[in-house]
Write a protein that binds this ligand. Structure first.
Ligand SMILES: Nc1ncnc2c1ncn2[C@@H]1O[C@H](COP(=O)(O)OP(=O)(O)OP(=O)(O)O)[C@@H](O)[C@H]1O
Ligand SMILES: [Mg+2]
Length: 221
């Protein structure tokens, strides 16, 4: 085995509940005594957070290729400085979005070549393979309305991707589902239209099953 840790990602469209569930799962696993590192994409490193501002901000016009290359730069640094060291230290690493978001947004939504993105991504992630992708699946209207509700009063889109319209987000959703169908053993597809509690129950069960299969016990018990 390349490293002793476990790598879990949360994926899904806008407002599907990734950040909510990633935090809850992290707290739950820490409560069980596991060492957990929670991080996010784009971001998670000082450079990654600066790239996040460019990517999610609406000042610069970016093609899908330019978006992918910026995401990839942030991703490469996140893997090198955060994810790989934590996996080598036997942590459970929880990533709030990872490379399947590129496949869905720049590939499904932006029509960038999947083969090209997979080749670049393979070079970035190396032996830090995902143990489980928790795909929070929700109809785009539902997710987007949660975002504008959270964003406040006027319902205007708050970032570059939220603002792309429902048709774009339907393609993104379809691309996430295609990723899950291509690797069913790596994905748990979870109906994210349910309540936060019900979604969390599914998230927790899927994560604990992977930990059991890997024979991982909490370190403090
Ligand atoms: N299952 C749910 N039912 C109702 N509301 C939810 C649910 N999950 C999350 N929310 C709410 O929806 C909003 C968006 O949730 P959250 O930030 O976790 O989504 P996200 O997938 O991380 O969004 P983004 O793609 O913008 O990062 C928050 O206000 C959150 O409290
Ligand atoms: Mg989020």
């Amino acid at each position: 085995m390349a490293h002793p840790g476990v790598l879990l990602s949360f994926e899904g469209g806008e407002g599907s509940g990734k950040t909510t569930q990633a935090r809850r799962l992290t707290d739950h696993l820490k409560g069980l005594g596991y060492a957990v590192t929670l991080t996010r994409e784009p971001g998670g490193t000082p450079l990654g957070e600066r790239i996040r501002e460019v990517l999610l901000g609406r000042n610069d016009e970016l093609s899908p290729l330019e978006e992918f290359l910026l995401f990839s730069t942030a991703r490469a640094q996140l893997v090198r400085t955060v994810i790989r060291p934590a996996l080598e230290a036997s942590h459970i690493v929880v990533v709030d979005r990872y490379y399947h978001s590129s496949y869905a947004y720049q590939g499904g939504g932006g029509a960038l070549s999947m083969d090209y993105m997979q080749a670049v991504t393979a070079g970035i992630v190396g032996d830090c393979a995902l143990d489980l992708v928790l795909l929070l699946d929700v109809e785009p209207h539902t997710g987007l309305s949660r975002c504008s509700y959270a964003g406040g009063k006027d319902g205007t889109a708050s970032d570059r991707f939220e603002g792309k319209g429902v048709e774009f987000h339907r393609k993104v959703r379809d691309a996430f589902i295609s990723c899950a169908q291509a690797e069913p053993e790596r994905f748990a597809v979870i109906d994210a239209s349910e309540s936060i509690e019900d979604v969390f129950a599914r998230v927790r069960d899927a994560a604990l099953e992977v930990l059991r299969a890997r024979g991982l016990q909490p370190s403090s018990k």
